[in-house]
Write a protein that binds this ligand. Structure first.
Ligand SMILES: CC(C)(COP(=O)(O)OP(=O)(O)OC[C@H]1O[C@@H](n2cnc3c(N)ncnc32)[C@H](O)[C@@H]1OP(=O)(O)O)[C@@H](O)C(=O)NCCC(=O)NCCS
Length: 158
């Protein structure tokens, strides 16, 4: 049994290894190690006795908009709710930052639909959302679906 938390800088290399494995399978976009260190505070990780078992990042684009990206769970841990917990940790962080909407680009829209995201036309997202497209090997023939989730503040308990 592991925990979800913010990463330590000493875990970034292990995080990149997980990301690279999924990237080699065409599931996520690879990130440079330097970029991962620069954006270290974007991430949450799942950590267990074997080390880093999953990660995702919440990357801020605009005052009211962020992207959830770089979502990977170690193969032997998949199907036990860790991917969902990682995305929910990113959503909680978005709520604390007063971010109104979080979007994702994905080839597995069903996963995000289960987590309360709604499919949108890519053209509904602002220009900033396409920041990574030029470095994507699939550009301009993208086969990813855009989804978005509104972030609603949790009710205050008095
Ligand atoms: C996608 C991924 C992160 C899911 O992680 P996970 O820990 O296995 O997911 P969970 O166990 O939290 O699943 C949450 C829900 O999504 C569903 N789900 C999981 N993987 C799915 C998939 N590939 N397609 C559709 N639905 C999926 C589960 O059935 C579950 O639904 P339920 O709650 O109704 O039972 C993991 O499979 C992975 O790392 N894949 C390779 C990288 C990748 O594709 N990343 C996403 C890029 S956008």
């Amino acid at each position: 049994m592991g925990i979800i938390r913010k990463p330590k800088l000493t875990e970034i290399v292990a995080m990149k290894k997980l990301l690279d494995e999924a990237s080699d399978e065409g599931k996520v976009l690879s990130r440079r190690l330097a970029e991962m260190f620069e954006n270290a505070r974007d991430f949450h990780v799942y950590v267990d006795a074997q080390g880093v078992g999953g990660l995702t990042a919440l990357h801020i684009d605009l005052i009211d908009l962020a992207e959830v990206r770089s979502l990977v769970v170690r193969k032997d841990l998949r199907g036990s709710g860790i991917g969902r917990q990682l995305v929910e940790a990113a959503m909680d962080e978005a709520m604390h930052l007063d971010i109104e909407r979080v979007y994702a680009f994905t080839r597995i829209p069903q996963f995000f639909l289960r987590l309360g995201f709604t499919q949108v036309e890519r053209s509904e997202l602002p220009y900033k959302a396409f920041k990574d497209c030029l470095q994507c090997p699939l550009f301009p023939d993208c086969d990813e679906t855009a989804l978005i989730r509104d972030i609603t503040p949790k009710p205050q308990i008095s």
